[in-house]
Design a protein around this ligand. Structure first.
Ligand SMILES: Cc1ncc(COP(=O)(O)O)c(C=O)c1O
Length: 440
């Protein structure tokens, strides 16, 4: 390897040795974070940090102010209702109608401790409805923590990488899994973490139709709600709407996170939206664990009660205020987060101009949207090798291998923490990388 790298070669080697990392490429995200922190500290050089998926914007002020006001009024002393305060439930229902064109009554709109609690509760409850129908199917690549949630609960799961099954091809592949009869729910994120693919209408329709055919619940994770920036989703009550499986089946649950949408990750408040039909569904199997055989009741008074007895009272007021302002067209959250897409467009070009390829690059025949994440590879290198080399060039990212992707050459790059002021550094470092690694 060349030693005239942008970050001092010997210092990087020393820091790798100090951390006793035998292979940087296979280190965990947290280990890479620590290594990069150490190198930054030792060299005084700032890395282009693309490894962590955390919001890079300030929290929505409307939320902060509403939360402070609620605290001053004393809500901290009072337990909130398990399934959420009434005005928040109403705003969630309105939001889903205005931005997704989907009707769900407020009773199925439940605040959760981050959308992560929503998925945890869903895996737990869904897999107990029908004996034998006890597993989860992931449409990968995906967010590794979801699989961790199944693992810690002892819930079996299966997954496949959708890369080779886009469009109509998805039908046979998905059906081959559902035919087994053991799948209780399907989970995917849309837009997708880590690849930023967005399912097309054809694909969402296939998922919805098969969910009905095999009586399976679709869990749609909308952590990046509205962030397919190829379309303007910012106008309440006006098309286009956030695409969703809820247009094609009544067997759905939605997880809408406030973490990226409103840059509200720290307060751990998200939304779980249960379709009216699913809420009312009665399943004998639930009686083994709950006092009701009705899914919605089991979820609220069984699962959510047992997990946390509801969601932080003040954070519910914050969420309510942000949603209300968005619903009334007074707060354009979309214009704010669009910055992620603008940065991705510029950064992707820097990578492709320097020999890199975008691994997941299309939604059927359309070029992918620019957003929070994108995926990259470099000809002739495996993902693990690329991560290791990047450290010497002042760049950090994570391997797609941990996300259920079959594309082991790929890395996920997250744009959120990279400031525009760092773009010249990124460009210089990528140029050097390209120069040092000629493509044959
Ligand atoms: C796909 C996906 N789902 C869920 C989450 C977590 O959301 P929350 O912070 O609301 O728990 C994330 C956060 O990175 C994510 O990327």
């Amino acid at each position: 390897m060349r030693e005239d790298t942008p970050i001092d070669f010997k210092e990087v080697q020393k820091q790798i040795e100090l951390m006793s990392l035998s292979n940087v490429g296979t280190a965990s995200i947290r280990e890479i974070k620590r290594l990069v922190d150490n190198i930054e500290h030792a060299t005084g050089e700032r890395f282009v940090r693309m490894e962590m998926g955390i919001p890079g914007l300030p929290p929505a002020q409307i939320g902060v102010e509403a939360e402070i006001e609620a605290l001053q009024k004393g809500v901290a002393a009072i337990y909130p209702d398990i399934d959420g305060i009434k005005p928040l439930k109403e705003e969630i229902s309105r939001f889903v109608k205005l931005f997704m064109n989907t009707e769900v009554s407020p009773k199925g709109c439940i605040p959760t401790v981050g959308s992560m609690q929503g998925s945890y509760a869903a895996f737990l409850t869904l897999t107990r409805m029908y004996p034998g129908k006890d597993s989860i199917l992931f449409l990968d690549p995906g967010f590794p923590v979801h699989k961790q949630q199944c693992k810690v609960q002892g819930i079996p799961f299966d997954a496949f990488d959708v890369y080779n099954y886009r469009g109509e091809k998805l039908r046979d592949k998905l059906e081959s899994h559902l035919k087994k009869g053991n799948v209780a729910g399907i989970l995917y994120s849309n837009p997708n973490n880590p690849t930023w693919i967005c399912f097309t209408e054809t694909e969402l329709k296939i998922i919805g139709e098969l969910a009905d055919k095999y009586d399976v619940v679709v869990m749609e994770d909308l952590a990046y709600f509205g962030m397919d920036f190829r379309q303007d989703f910012s106008k309440p009550g006006q098309a286009p709407f956030q695409p969703s499986v809820s247009q094609f089946t009544e067997n759905f649950m939605l997880f809408i996170s406030s973490s990226k949408l409103f840059s509200y990750a720290g307060q751990r408040v998200g939304m779980m939206v249960i379709s009216d039909k699913l809420f009312e569904t009665r399943a004998e199997g639930l009686c083994r664990y709950y006092s009701s055989d009705m899914f919605g009741r089991a979820m609220v008074f069984g699962t959510v009660y047992a997990l946390s007895a509801g969601t932080s009272h003040s954070a519910q007021y914050a969420l309510m205020a942000m949603l209300k302002a968005a619903n009334e067209g007074a707060f354009n959250f979309w214009e704010i987060v669009k910055e992620y897409g603008e940065k991705a467009r510029i950064m992707k070009k820097m990578f492709t101009d320097n020999g890199f390829k975008i691994v997941y690059d299309k939604d059927e025949d359309k070029p992918l949207a620019d957003g929070f994440f994108f995926t990259i590879s470099y000809p002739g290198l495996e993902g693990t090798e690329l991560i290791e080399k990047f450290v010497y060039y002042g760049i950090s990212a994570i391997s797609l291998a941990i996300t259920g992707s079959e594309r082991s050459e790929g890395l996920r790059a997250c744009v959120s923490l990279v400031s525009r002021a760092q773009f010249p550094d990124l460009e210089y470092r990528l140029k050097k990388f390209h120069e040092h690694h000629p493509i044959v």
